[in-house]
Design a protein around this ligand. Structure first.
Ligand code: VGL
Length: 197
């Protein structure tokens, strides 16, 4: 593997899993593959980032304020917690996004660490040049994070066995994947990542 690769786990929070406020169909199915990826990256001493939607109570992202989504992942609520089945290794760096009332917060690349460091700046500082990306949801936050990372000049590999989509319209996830690939992302599944990392 490229020595400068990292794993980005996008928004595996209770509100995006079955029973949550904005449940992604089969969203919890990403847990098992992502746990394997995290174990692998951890073994290879590659950094692991976990993004989270971290909205204020009032957000233009929410229906009540003119947005399209039911309230979800409000700071400090249970629904904003990472799914308890997600085994985040010690040292995982949490990236919060969507924290301003005007901010949809789709892209993890626009997020910040707990110290307030912009994620993209941190990636450059750590001299990372490729992100392996899985999580929720394929057609929103995964897609926007991947497109943004590509725009910022990072290589991106989409982990197609570790993503699920909201599918507001049937086919949204497949279209999102095609858009990511067209923009320059690669795709991979566990066996090939393990042998190349
Ligand atoms: C997301 C819809 C609304 C996501 C966030 O994490 O993909 N989707 N907000």
């Amino acid at each position: 593997m490229q020595r400068r690769a990292a794993l980005l786990v996008v928004d595996v929070q209770l509100d995006f899993c079955p029973g949550g406020a904005l449940a992604v169909p089969d969203g919890d199915q990403v847990l098992r593959p992502l746990n394997r990826y995290m174990e692998l990256f951890n073994l290879r001493s590659a950094p692991i980032f976990a993004s989270r939607d971290w909205h204020p109570e009032q957000s233009k992202h929410f229906r009540e304020q003119g947005g399209v989504w039911p309230p979800h992942c409000v700071q400090g609520t249970l629904g904003a917690d990472f799914h308890p089945g997600l085994r985040l290794p010690e040292g995982t760096i949490v990236i919060s996004k969507g924290m301003a009332a005007w901010d949809n917060g789709y892209s993890a690349l626009q997020g910040v660490t707990e110290n307030g460091t912009p994620f993209a700046m941190l990636l450059r500082r750590m001299e990372l040049d490729r992100l392996y990306v899985g999580g929720l949801a394929t057609d929103y936050c995964v897609k926007e994070s991947v497109l943004d990372a590509l725009r910022e000049g990072f290589g991106v590999t989409v982990l197609t066995d570790a993503i699920r989509g909201v599918e507001v319209q049937p086919g949204d996830s497949e279209r999102a994947l095609q858009a990511m690939l067209t923009a320059g992302a690669s795709q991979a599944t566990f066996a090939s990542v393990r042998s190349s990392l």
